[in-house]
Design a protein around this ligand. Structure first.
Ligand code: FO1
Length: 310
C-alpha cells in the first residue's frame, strides 16, 4: 500500500454510509476499516457481529435500505420456526443473514480467528477494502441501567433503549488484543478517520482495546473525527440519550470532549457552527460542513471534507 491509505474506525449504519462516500473519493483498496465488535452477540450458539455485517452488507450493496442493517429482501421464516420452539426471538435475524452467522460460527469452531473469518466473508461479497474486527476475542459492551445490567443488544433492541443508563463498560476488553493487520494498515496510511458513530458504544470499545490509543498517537497521523450528533440529536440510535444520562453534553461538543487527546481534527455539521469555538478550545481543528448523508452526493462531499485540505 502507498502512504495514501486511510484507516477508519467504524461502528454500524453511520460509518457504513460514510465508507460508501470515502470509497468514491479514494480507491476502496486503500481503506482499512477497524470494525467495532463490542456489540457482538450470541443467539442459539451463533456468533453475531452486527457492525461488521452492517459494513459488509452496505459496501456490498446488500444491506436492507429501510433498516440500515440486515440483508435487503430477507425473510424471517427461520426465526418464526425458532419462535415456535420457544427460542428468544426479539433480535431479528433474517434467513440470509443467518447464513452469515452459521458460516462465521462454523469457521470459528474450526479454529480460524475472527479476522480471517471476517476477511473471508468480506471477500465473498466483493469488498475491496480491508475489514478488520477491532479484536478477535469476545468483549461485549454492557450497559448498566436502572433496570439491571444488560448486554448492549438487550438494551438497544429488547428494551428499545428505554432504561436509564448508569454506566457503559467493555467486558473482557483489558484481556483483548487488537487484530492482526492494523499496524500494517496504519503504516501505509496518511490519515485515521473516526467515522460518525456513537462514541460510547461504537468508537469507545475500539479505543478501549489495549494499545489502540497509543498506536494511533504513535503513528503520528492526523486523526479526523466526524460528529455523529447534529443539532444535539443522533440521526440514528441512542447516542444523545446515552450521553445525556451519563452526564455529558448531548452535542458535538460532548462527543469532541470524549475524543480529546485522540482526534486532532473534528468535523461538525453546519447546524452546530456555534460550537466551533468551544471545540477549538479543546485543541482541535474544526471544520464545519454538511454531515447529514441523505444521498450519494452528500456522502462523497463529507468524505472530501474529511480528507482535506485542513
Ligand atoms: N436492530 C434492531 O433495532 N432490531 C433488531 O432486531 C436487530 C437485529 C439485527 C440483526 C443483525 C444485525 O447485524 C443487526 C441487527 N440490528 C437490529 C442492528 C443492531 O442492533 C445495532 O444497530 C447495532 O449493533 C449497533 O450498531
Amino acid at each position: 500500500m502507498s502512504s495514501q491509505g486511510v484507516v477508519v474506525l467504524a461502528g454500524g449504519v453511520g460509518a457504513s454510509k460514510f465508507l460508501l462516500g470515502l470509497g468514491r473519493v479514494i480507491p476502496p483498496e486503500r481503506i482499512t476499516i477497524v470494525g467495532n465488535t463490542g456489540d457482538d452477540f450470541k443467539v442459539c450458539g451463533l456468533r453475531i457481529c452486527p457492525d461488521l455485517d452492517t459494513v459488509t452488507y452496505t459496501l456490498a450493496g446488500k444491506v436492507s435500505p429501510s433498516r440500515g442493517w440486515g440483508v435487503a429482501g430477507d425473510e424471517f421464516d427461520c426465526l418464526e420456526w425458532l419462535q415456535a420452539y420457544g427460542a428468544p426471538c426479539w433480535f431479528q435475524l433474517g434467513n440470509r443473514d443467518l447464513a452469515t452467522h452459521l458460516w462465521r460460527t462454523h469457521l470459528l469452531e474450526q479454529g480460524l480467528g475472527l479476522a480471517e473469518v471476517t476477511a473471508r466473508i468480506a471477500r465473498t461479497w466483493g469488498l475491496r477494502s480491508q475489514l478488520l474486527p477491532m479484536t478477535e476475542s469476545y468483549a461485549p459492551t454492557r450497559v448498566l441501567t436502572d433496570q439491571g445490567d444488560l448486554h448492549l443488544q438487550e438494551y438497544l433492541v429488547r428494551e428499545k433503549c428505554r432504561p436509564r443508563v448508569l454506566q457503559v463498560s467493555y467486558r473482557h476488553v483489558e484481556q483483548s488484543r487488537m487484530s492482526p493487520g492494523l499496524p500494517e494498515g496504519l503504516a501505509g496510511a496518511c490519515r485515521v478517520v473516526i467515522a460518525p458513530s456513537n462514541p460510547l458504544i461504537s468508537i469507545g470499545p475500539i479505543l478501549a482495546v489495549p494499545g489502540m490509543k497509543d498506536l494511533l498517537r504513535d503513528s503520528g497521523l492526523p486523526v479526523t473525527a466526524v460528529s455523529p450528533l447534529v443539532g444535539g440529536r443522533a440521526l440514528k440510535g441512542p447516542a444523545a440519550k446515552m450521553l445525556k444520562e451519563l452526564g455529558h453534553p448531548a452535542s458535538a461538543l460532548g462527543v469532541a470532549r470524549m475524543l480529546q487527546g485522540v482526534a486532532g481534527q473534528f468535523v461538525i455539521d453546519t447546524q452546530d457552527k456555534a460550537l466551533k469555538k468551544d471545540i477549538e478550545g479543546l485543541g482541535m481543528q474544526v471544520k464545519v460542513t454538511n454531515t447529514v448523508m441523505a444521498g450519494p452526493a452528500d456522502k462523497v462531499a463529507l468524505a472530501q471534507a474529511v480528507m482535506g485540505p485542513w
